[in-house]
Ligand binder design. Sequence first.
Ligand SMILES: [Zn+2]
Length: 187
Amino acid sequence: MKEQTRILKLNKSGVPQAWVTRQEAATMYVKEQVIWSLGSESLWIFGGVNREGLQSSLQLAPIIACSGDVGKQNFEPLLTNRMLFRRDGQRCMYCGMEFDNRQLTRDHIVPRVQGGKDCWTNVVAACERCNHHKGGRTPEQAGMELLAIPFAPNIFEFMYLDNRQIRGDQMEYLKARFSGQRCWLAA
Ligand SMILES: [Zn+2]
């Protein structure tokens, strides 16, 4: 089933907060929480029919900035395999082959047995074969080469990784704020 286009909700400083559904966005419009918006107002949501037989409708923009709390300043992206594999373009960072989620593993570059941390900058996607071959060694110790330097996604990259149905105007907004480390994030 095709996912419905979601709306990118920002705080008033323009920092993404969440992908919201049209219904959720409509509620924010009705409550007058939307301060400004970006992109063409081309998403529609339809409501009930009134006594005159007219159906209510609301036009929504793909990117909305809402009033309220700006939230935490320091964004700490939650590390999950799903997001990690997406960051690495579903590729094993050792052999470069593409795999689906079931065939990928979370490899700790500096292995945990050697004190390596479980954090974005110490993990990459690896196929079972490469992970097994590497074992409890660092890439240097195993004579293996990493295809890219791992990084912690910023909030804009994280939002990009978190949604597969991104519109062009939403993509443009996020991409302009990527950290520049995204060498292997999809173009
Ligand atoms: Zn591999």
